[in-house]
Design a protein around this ligand. Structure first.
Ligand SMILES: Cc1cc2nc3c(=O)[nH]c(=O)nc-3n(C[C@H](O)[C@H](O)[C@H](O)COP(=O)(O)OP(=O)(O)OC[C@H]3O[C@@H](n4cnc5c(N)ncnc54)[C@H](O)[C@@H]3O)c2cc1C
Length: 387
C-alpha cells in the first residue's frame, strides 16, 4: 500500500528501521531473557533523533506530531516492542506536560526529554483503581505553597528509570473527578521511592514498578494546568497516546508476519515449502489483510489528530485504532507461532516473544473492553447531538 509519506516521514521510517536493525535486534533476546532495561539503547535513540519526534521544535523536538511518533514506534516494535516502549511510554508521561503545562514547565522538562537525556512516565493506575482509574486513593493535601502526597501508583512503565513523572492524585475527594490534580514529580524528590521491578510475561525489557509517595512535598509550581484538572489531563493524555500503543501493536504484528512469511517459504514438509499449502496461504492472507487494515486506520487517526491539533474530538477514533491494532497483533502473533509450528514455540525464533509482547497492548492505557465502552459512548453521543 502506498501511504504517500512525505520526505520527512520516510526519513523517520528509514532512521527507525536502521536503528532497530543496528541497535535493537542484537540485544532483544538477551534483554527479554534477563529483563534488562535498555538504558544504552535509549541514549542512542536520542542521538538518532527518535526521542523528540512528537515534541514541538521550540522545545527541542522535531515537531512531527503523533504520526511521526507512530511511524518510529511501529518500525522499532517490528523488532522489539519492549525496547521501543521506553520511548513510547515516555511520550505517555510527556503528553500531560505537552498538552497542559505552562511555557516555563515545558521549557524546563521538554528539551531533555526530546534529546533522550530524560525519560518520563505516567502515574495513574493504583492497586484498586485500574479500569476505574479515577477512583484512585493517592492524596495530595495542601500545606501552604506545597502539596503533601501519600499513596502508591502501581505498574508504572519506566518507573524507576524515568526522571520525570506525571502523577495524578486526589486533592479534594468531595469534588469527585473534579477533585483530582496532576503534578510533575522528579525522581530523587524526598518521600518518593520505587517498588520492586515486576517480573512480566512480555515486554520484559521494559521496567514496570510502583511509585511510592510517603509525605512527599511537591511545590504548587509543579501542578500541571490547575488544581482540580487532573481528570481532564489524564483522559486527554490517553486520547493522544493511544495511537502510540496502536503503533506498538501494529509493529509487533508486522514483525511477526514477516517472520512467518519468510519461514513458510523456507520450511519444507511433504517435499514442498509449507507456503504451498492452502491452509498456510490463507492464514498468511488473513494476517496481511488485517495488518493493512490496522495500518490504514492508525495512520488516518494519527493524521486526523495532528491536523486538528487536539485529540479530544477524536477520542472514539483513538480508541478504535488502539482496539483494532492490538486485537490484530494478538491474532497475528498467535498465527505466526502456528505457522512456525514447534519451532515457533522455541526461544530461538522471535515469534513466541512477539506473542507474549502483543498481549499487553490489549490491556494497558485502558483494556480493550474499556476501548469498546468509549467507542460506544462516542457513537451514542454523536447520534444524540444530531437530534
Ligand atoms: C505492564 C503494564 C504496564 C503498565 N503501565 C502503566 C503506566 O505506565 N501507567 C499507568 O498509569 N498504568 C499502567 N498500567 C496499568 C494498566 O493501564 C491497567 O492494568 C489497565 O488499565 C487495567 O486495569 P486493571 O489491570 O486493574 O484491570 P481491571 O480494571 O481490574 O479489569 C479486569 C478485567 O475487567 C474488565 N473490566 C473492568 N471494568 C470494566 C467495565 N466497566 N466494562 C467492561 N469490562 C471491564 C477489564 O476489561 C478486564 O478484563 C500498566 C499495566 C501493565 C500490566
Amino acid at each position: 500500500m502506498n501511504y504517500f509519506f512525505t520526505e520527512e516521514q520516510q526519513m523517520i521510517i528509514d532512521t527507525a528501521k536502521e536503528f532497530a536493525a543496528k541497535h535493537i535486534k542484537p540485544v532483544r533476546e538477551k534483554y527479554d531473557e534477563e529483563g534488562h532495561f535498555p538504558t544504552e539503547e535509549v541514549k542512542k535513540m536520542g542521538e538518532a533523533g527518535l526521542c523528540g519526534l512528537y515534541i514541538p521544535e521550540e522545545y527541542g523536538g522535531m515537531g512531527k506530531g503523533i504520526m511521526g511518533l507512530c511511524l518510529a514506534v511501529e518500525e522499532m516494535s517490528k523488532v522489539c516492542s519492549a525496547i521501543a516502549l521506553s520511548m513510547a511510554a515516555t511520550a505517555l508521561g510527556t503528553f500531560p506536560i505537552l498538552l497542559f503545562s505552562s511555557d516555563a514547565q515545558k521549557k524546563k522538562y521538554l528539551p531533555d526529554i526530546a534529546s533522550g537525556k530524560d525519560l518520563a512516565a505516567f502515574g495513574l493506575t493504583e492497586a484498586n483503581a485500574g479500569s476505574d482509574a479515577l477512583g484512585m486513593q493517592t492524596t495530595a493535601v495542601k500545606d501552604g505553597d506545597y502539596y503533601v502526597l501519600n499513596g502508591t501508583k502501581q505498574w508504572i512503565t519506566n518507573g524507576g528509570e524515568a526522571r520525570v513523572y506525571s502523577v495524578i492524585a486526589v486533592t479534594d475527594r468531595a469534588r469527585g473527578s473534579r477533585g483530582l490534580t496532576a503534578f510533575i514529580i522528579e525522581k530523587d524528590t524526598k518521600g518518593f521511592t520505587f517498588g520492586k521491578k515486576e517480573n512480566k510475561m512480555g515486554i520484559r525489557a521494559s521496567a514496570t514498578r510502583e511509585l511510592v509517595f510517603q509525605d512527599c512535598r511537591i511545590h504548587k509550581d509543579q501542578i500541571i494546568a490547575k488544581e482540580g484538572m487532573g481528570a481532564i489531563v489524564a483522559v486527554n493524555t490517553l486520547y493522544n497516546s493511544r495511537p502510540g500503543v496502536a503503533a506498538q501493536a501494529l509493529g509487533i504484528a508486522a514483525g511477526a508476519f514477516e517472520e512467518a512469511l519468510a519461514y513458510s517459504r523456507q520450511r519444507k514438509q511433504f517435499g514442498q515449502p509449507i507456503s504451498s499449502f492452502q491452509a498456510v496461504q490463507h492464514m498468511l492472507a488473513d494476517m496481511a489483510t488485517e495488518i493493512e487494515a490496522a495500518r490504514a486506520l492508525l495512520y488516518a487517526t494519527a493524521k486526523t489528530i495532528d491536523a486538528a491539533g487536539d485529540a479530544k474530538a477524536f477520542a472514539k477514533e483513538s480508541a478504535m485504532s488502539k482496539l483494532y491494532c492490538s486485537d490484530v497483533a494478538m491474532k497475528v502473533t498467535v498465527n505466526a507461532v502456528q505457522i512456525l509450528g514447534g519451532y515457533g514455540y522455541m526461544k530461538e525464533y522471535p515469534v513466541e516473544k512477539m506473542m507474549r509482547d502483543a498481549k499487553i497492548t490489549q490491556i494497558y492505557e485502558g483494556t480493550n473492553q474499556i476501548q469498546r465502552n468509549e467507542i460506544a459512548l462516542g457513537l451514542i453521543k454523536e447520534i444524540a447531538s444530531k437530534k
